[in-house]
Design a protein around this ligand. Structure first.
Ligand SMILES: [Zn+2]
Length: 91
């Protein structure tokens, strides 16, 4: 059997919504699928709560990644400045 990642036609149920939740949050689905997910989430507090939780998690992950890079950059710049100062002091 070929695995079918497309949604079935018509309204989707909770099992279907949860199966596609990550693709929905990452927006890796077609407009038609997005609309069907939205339609279900609007009428289903359980799935919509789950979606918000996943979105928050994604945001947190993104933020912690974004904060890590400038921190490393700052350390590298600080090291470079210290090295330059030492060089200047040696002359
Ligand atoms: Zn649901």
């Amino acid at each position: 059997m070929i695995p079918n990642r497309q949604m079935p036609q018509g309204p989707i149920d909770c099992a279907e919504a949860l199966r596609h939740l990550y693709r929905y949050v990452d927006q890796e689905m077609s407009m038609a699928e997005l609309l069907r997910m939205k339609e279900h989430l609007d009428g289903c507090p359980d799935c919509s709560f789950e979606t918000v939780a996943v979105q928050d998690l994604r945001r947190l992950l993104k933020r912690s990644c974004a904060e890590k890079a400038p921190g490393e950059l700052r350390d590298r710049v600080a090291a470079k400045i210290a090295a330059l100062r030492q060089e200047a002091a040696a002359h």
